[in-house]
Design a protein around this ligand. Structure first.
Ligand SMILES: CC(C)(COP(=O)(O)OP(=O)(O)OC[C@H]1O[C@@H](n2cnc3c(N)ncnc32)[C@H](O)[C@@H]1OP(=O)(O)O)[C@@H](O)C(=O)NCCC(=O)NCCS
Length: 148
């Protein structure tokens, strides 16, 4: 039987178990709550197989400093390990891109982990030159997709 990955909106609290397990297992659950998580304009998406939450991503109305135009940011994109490599991460990314476009964004950006930069390159993101450390998490670079 085919496995269907269904994407729908979830709550801020609903993202926390996977954020912790997949992105910050060595840190406290409290570090998985991000500024803006409960803003009215923030959207949390979950990817489900049946009733099981298997992927997450969150979209914020947050521009890049010093960049003109309307910007949106995404954070905490992750897929459970057993379901990686099947297009589900890209599906969640495309879902937040669609929401960002609908919100009038000129571009979408994120602080991306260095080991997965090629995932973003393949998805059409430009990767910034500067590498920086997010404390307790590791090296990152900014990735940006322009919509105009
Ligand atoms: C990054 C992540 C979300 C990708 O999700 P995924 O479902 O495995 O990715 P997809 O199957 O949609 O991959 C889409 C394409 O990117 C490629 N890709 C995926 N992960 C990659 C990686 N780490 N490096 C290079 N290419 C990658 C796939 O091979 C695929 O390419 P193809 O279309 O040529 O076959 C997932 O690996 C993950 O959750 N990682 C741990 C958490 C994490 O690091 N999140 C990102 C925080 S910035």
């Amino acid at each position: 039987m085919p496995i269907y990955f269904c994407i729908r909106e979830i709550t801020s609290a609903g993202t926390l178990p996977l954020r912790h397990a997949l992105l910050r297992p060595h840190l406290t659950p409290a570090t998985c709550v991000y500024p803006g998580d409960t803003d009215a304009t923030t959207i949390h998406l979950g990817g489900f197989v049946g009733e099981s939450l298997c992927g997450i991503v969150t979209l914020y109305r947050e521009a890049l400093p010093d960049r003109p135009g309307v910007g949106c940011r995404f954070r905490a994109l992750a897929i459970v390990e057993a379901l990686r490599g099947q297009g589900h991460g890209l599906a969640l990314l495309e879902a937040v891109e669609q929401l960002a476009r609908e919100a009038g964004a000129d571009y979408l950006w994120a602080n991306a982990r260095v080991p997965v930069l090629d995932f973003y390159r393949k998805a059409g993101y430009a990767v910034g030159d500067e590498e920086f450390i997010v404390e307790g998490v590791g090296p990152h670079r900014i990735v940006v997709r322009n919509f105009s």
